[in-house]
Design a binder for this molecule. Structure first.
Ligand SMILES: [Zn+2]
Length: 520
């Protein structure tokens, strides 16, 4: 069922053994399946998608010896090929096309600019048109103990339009989302004439920066009862603590939303390159996934109980953004998140301006985890967004208990690492890298890499918009002669310049220019 590739690992120091490293679909051990995706929690899903095309030729677990593997019938290459863009499986492409065609007929009257704008009401708080309001909402109904008041900000635009919710901190130790939300809520965004000025907004923007507040304070992913909120939606009013929280979040904070952007990071011990996850045959999700404006989109059905899944089932266009890792702040991932949210809002015409777009998109229908075949300490040779070629060493494992011996983990194909381990301690089977094989278009990806073969995600290199006020402003004295900027530049040193009034004596006036000329 689980297709897996075997790749030769290297054991050095003369043992001459050809040990087999495994890169395989995750077998979802609960300890290392904490991402926000079926890729981890329900690994069969991505396989399912691939098997639709792969005519179901099943593969046994990888053999231990290279000898035997050469005897096996060669697997069809298509089996493990991750398809890009137009190469998505034909069944998926058809489903996506049909969904997008059906969508064209849709129209919501209440978004018409002529329909007039209303006061937005959320949990009995009233937000007037053209204003922004921040308040807290209790996650639990209690008379005793902590009710966990979480912050929320609602921007109600001065014109009608869709309601877009930005959620973050569902996993308490993932800080990319909370940081991105705090930047979105900063004055550089919400002041008059800025990107999120309520007067210029059409529709409603709800921002939930830290949903798992107790987890955030304790730097923990789960709620205090040990449950993962992102597997409990839509929740139950009389269920477990986390189920009650899920019920409150879903029924009181998300309902009424047209689009949802859920911001995440990798779980502890890993780091993600910026990527979007969405089910592309859901038209609304497709639109915002592409609107986000970055290259890597994983086409995946959301796991049961996740906010994305429940949202999608209720007709809400939903995407999960992943960037950076838990307990850390990768500023590039934060910046990509902020840009992505603004791009989504621009595409939906909630805010003015044109969204930025990537040069190309990698629409992946599957991915692979590279795993350690041995336990020990990891020396990673790559980072999230590293592009590797078949046979490149991705990481080296050594063990202090077995001096002189090391094992290489090598790239099974050309591809892109969308997630890598940051925790150096590995046991046999531990995931080391989340790998997106690139059957074609490697040149396209390499063209957009830095000198160390790391892929540069669209928008990650721009100056962060929220730091705008840090830009130095230098006043240059002078006056426009005749009041026109196109006219002659006049200053003190012009009239002092060797008494020349011809204006032709260029070399005498600006001293630096004179120097440069002599250097030449
Ligand atoms: Zn998460």
């Amino acid at each position: 069922m689980n297709p897996s590739t075997s790749t030769r690992g290297h054991i050095h120091v003369g043992y001459g053994l050809g040990k087999v490293m495994e890169d395989e679909k995750p077998t979802s051990p609960s300890s290392d399946s904490p991402d926000d995706e079926p890729v981890e929690k329900n690994p069969a899903l991505e396989v399912e998608i691939q098997e639709q095309v792969d005519s179901g030729s099943k593969e046994k677990s990888p053999s231990k010896k290279k000898k035997t593997s050469s005897k096996r019938k060669p697997k069809p290459i298509a089996k493990r090929k991750v398809r890009l863009a137009h190469e998505l499986p034909s069944k998926r492409r058809r489903a996506i096309k049909e969904a997008m065609e059906d969508h064209k007929a849709e129209h919501k009257d209440e978004w018409d600019r002529s329909s007039g704008v209303k006061t937005h009401v959320l949990m009995r708080k009233r937000i007037k048109p053209g204003t922004m309001r921040s308040f807290t909402i209790p996650l639990l109904d209690t008379n005793l103990g902590d009710s966990w008041n979480i912050p929320i900000t609602v921007i109600n635009g001065s014109r009608p339009g869709p309601t877009v919710t930005i959620s973050a901190g569902i996993h308490g130790d993932e800080l990319t989302g909370p940081s991105a939300c705090s930047h979105l809520l900063s004055n550089t965004m919400t002041d008059p004439v800025r990107a999120l000025d309520p007067q210029h907004v059409a529709g409603v923007i709800r921002i939930l920066p830290i949903i798992n507040l107790p987890g955030y304070r304790n730097m923990q992913r789960d709620f205090p009862d040990g449950r993962d909120l992102n597997r409990e939606f839509p929740g139950r009013i009389k269920g477990s603590t986390t189920a009650r929280v899920a019920y409150r979040v879903w029924n009181d904070l998300i309902t009424g939303t047209d689009y949802l952007v859920d911001l995440h990071s990798a779980a502890k011990g890993r780091s993600n390159m910026p990527q979007v996850r969405a089910y592309l045959s859901d038209a609304h999700s497709n639109i915002i996934a592409k609107a986000f404006g970055i290259e890597v989109i994983l086409d995946s059905k959301p796991p049961r109980g996740s906010l994305r899944r429940v949202a999608m089932e209720h007709g809400i266009g939903a995407l999960t953004y992943e960037g950076g890792g838990a307990d850390s702040l990768d500023q590039e991932s934060v910046q990509v998140a902020v840009n992505g949210v603004l791009n989504v809002l621009r595409t939906l015409h909630v805010i003015p301006g044109n969204p930025t777009r990537p040069k190309f998109r990698l629409l992946a229908s599957g991915s692979t985890w590279l795993r350690a075949s041995e336990g020990g300490l990891l020396d990673m040779h790559v980072e999230p967004s590293s592009v590797v070629q078949q046979g490149d060493v991705v990481a080296k494992i050594t063990d202090p208990g077995t001096p002189g011996l090391s094992v290489d983990i090598v790239a099974p194909k050309d591809g892109l690492l969308i997630c890598t381990a940051t925790n150096p301690f590995v046991t046999a089977g531990a995931p080391v890298g989340h790998f997106l094989p690139l059957a074609k278009h490697l040149d396209l990806v390499l063209d957009q890499c830095d000198e160390e073969s790391r892929f540069i995600v669209a928008g990650s290199e721009e100056e962060p918009v929220w730091r705008e006020e840090d830009i130095d402003e230098i006043s240059l004295e002078g006056e426009w002669s005749g009041g026109s900027v196109d006219a002659e530049w006049r200053n003190e040193w012009v009239s002092n310049g060797a008494g020349s009034e011809s204006g032709e004596a260029g070399e005498e006036i600006p001293r630096r220019r004179t120097k440069k000329k002599t250097n030449k």
